[in-house]
Design a protein around this ligand. Structure first.
Ligand code: SF4
Length: 118
């Protein structure tokens, strides 16, 4: 027995930030809240991705986003936390340029980039 896994196929018309946000929202919703790395980590991840999408993030937020995923992986009671953190971490690593481009574009659209999203 090798375990289990999943493959998500996404074409290049989808923005990686949108895919990451959908994934994070799903796991935040599914988290039972029993352990804090998953409960808080999925919540923080959604909030950080929303900041990126709304033009109130900087490229430094990507390092924080990766760091949060590192804190989740291996520290949860079940695999749900890891199931979000592993692909999220991989997305930031493999598509960092696309995340940075999204941040730049979103910041130019947001006239008040220093205001934190509610
Ligand atoms: S990792 Fe599992 S047990 Fe822990 S909060 Fe998430 S869903 Fe619950």
């Amino acid at each position: 027995m090798l375990g289990s896994g999943a493959i998500i196929v996404v074409d290049d018309t989808n923005k990686v930030v949108d895919v990451a946000l959908k994934l994070a929202k799903f796991y935040k919703h599914e988290s039972c809240g029993k352990c804090s790395p998953c409960r808080e980590g999925t919540n923080w991840t959604v909030k950080m991705l929303q900041r990126i999408d709304e033009g109130v993030a900087t490229p430094m937020d990507l390092d924080i986003l990766s760091s949060v995923q590192d804190q989740i992986m291996g520290n949860c009671l079940c695999v749900l936390g890891d199931a979000m953190a592993m692909p999220l971490s991989s997305m930031v690593k493999k598509f960092r340029g696309e995340f940075e481009e999204h941040i730049e574009l979103a910041r130019t659209r947001n006239p008040y980039p220093d205001e934190v999203a509610a």
